[in-house]
Design a protein around this ligand. Structure first.
Ligand code: SIN
Length: 284
């Protein structure tokens, strides 16, 4: 089977046609999908009306297997699917409305994330993606050389610790977020990382999950990270993804940042999410 790949024309992202992801996924087909994913970083598969949670799990396994989801409860009857959910009358802070790459505070952050549309509002709720290979490539050689020397300190504490955004004061949320003291742990990762599958250098994650820079005064680190965040998320690096019913989207956490957007007040929004575990060095 040859996929039809339609690039978004923006900084990353492509639509993939000519495939039914509920049908058997052959190694050749998965190799084609993986090649398109590595090249476009975000893939949207429209018209997947037959894709259910079983098919979502099969697809995630074929992409490399399930990653860990530390602060979400799964949906009933599944161990590896979480619901990104907002009820029509919900007034809690929008989930994930800040730039991030998923779970970068883990020792081995996930390679990617899958989101399957369940209930898509008629307006709003777009997801934004920022291409971090393009953002790094556009820096001066001098700046690149400096950033390559830095090691970032990552933590989930601002979001998922009991005192964090989704902690004990976060009420009225329909999503099954489970804050925990373990969110206070820290993990170090180079600020600039070669993509494990393509070797392209990317800025890895951003302010939020990055809470400091090793060996740097905190005020200086936050100033640097804030300035860098402005750069990382410039319009020229961004793809705006507009959801459709029956659509699956997968993104590469090693090369893009993403964030949710609102604009669908009064409408329900639900997507089923799996994470793809860190690259093991071989295609599955
Ligand atoms: C996420 O960050 O997993 C959710 C993105 C979205 O709701 O658009």
């Amino acid at each position: 089977m040859t996929l039809r790949v339609e690039p978004s024309g923006q900084a990353c992202g492509a639509r993939i046609r000519g495939i039914d992801l509920s049908a058997p996924l052959s190694p050749d087909l998965m190799a084609e999908i993986r090649a398109a994913w590595l090249s476009h970083r975000v893939l949207a598969f429209p018209d997947q009306s037959s894709m259910d949670d079983d098919a979502l799990e099969r697809f995630t396994l074929a992409m490399g297997g399930f990653g860990e989801d530390p602060f979400f409860d799964p949906i009933d009857g599944r161990r590896n699917i979480a619901a990104i959910l907002r009820e029509a009358d919900e007034t809690s802070l929008l989930f994930a409305e800040n730039w991030h790459s998923d779970w970068t505070f883990l020792e081995r952050p996930p390679a990617g994330t899958c989101l399957l549309a369940v209930d898509i509002p008629p307006i709003g709720g777009d997801t934004l993606f920022a291409n971090q290979i393009a953002a790094f490539a556009a820096l001066s050689d001098e700046r690149k050389a400096y950033l390559r020397t830095l090691t970032a300190v990552h933590s989930a504490k601002l979001a998922y610790a009991p005192e964090g955004t989704y902690g004990k004061n976060d009420t009225g949320r329909s999503m099954a977020i489970r804050p925990d003291e373990s969110a206070n742990k820290v993990e170090a990762h180079p600020l600039v990382q070669p993509h494990p599958e393509t070797g392209e250098e990317a800025l890895f994650s951003t302010l939020g999950y990055i809470i400091g820079i090793q060996g740097m005064e905190q005020a200086e680190a936050i100033a640097l990270l804030s300035e860098l965040t402005q750069w990382q998320t410039r319009d020229e690096f961004v793809y705006r993804h507009v959801w459709e019913p029956d659509m699956l989207v997968i993104w590469d956490n090693r090369s893009v940042l993403h964030k949710a957007t609102g604009g669908y007040e009064g409408h329900r929004r639900e997507l089923h999410r799996t994470t793809i575990k860190a690259w093991q060095g071989v295609a599955v």
